[in-house]
Design a protein around this ligand. Sequence first.
Ligand SMILES: [Zn+2]
Length: 149
Amino acid sequence: MARTRIYTPEEMVLRNRAKVKRWRERNHDKNWESSLRWRRENPERWKAIRRKSNHKRNVELRTNVIALLGGKCVHCGYDKDPRAFQIDHINGGGIRERKALGSYTKFAKHVLAVNGDGYQLLCANCNQIKRFENKEDFKYKDEATITEA
Ligand SMILES: [Zn+2]
């Protein structure tokens, strides 16, 4: 009689994972149905999972966009904290374009798709100053209400 091999706990985890994977591949529809059922029965947990994976995807997208646009403010050279970076539409109209694209994800994908053409990286300070100087904030409001500081 062949001696039974003793598996370490790590090996058992890997073997079980492989077994589950094989079962899922062989029972695709069944797996899909049970997945759907779980999502319907656990809407809050499913929402939390989605939120987490969407966040992860957006962080990755943003990291790629920042790298594509040079990783620093084109105006002052700031490169410390990526949270302070803003993706600026060189010719303005960024807000309208963003609205047309619908979401941050779509916007970031668009910037990557056009290889960053027409966009630049600005820090929050430089972007705000540019917006004031170009009156980008007021572009779609009644021109008569704009007063010079
Ligand atoms: Zn700057």
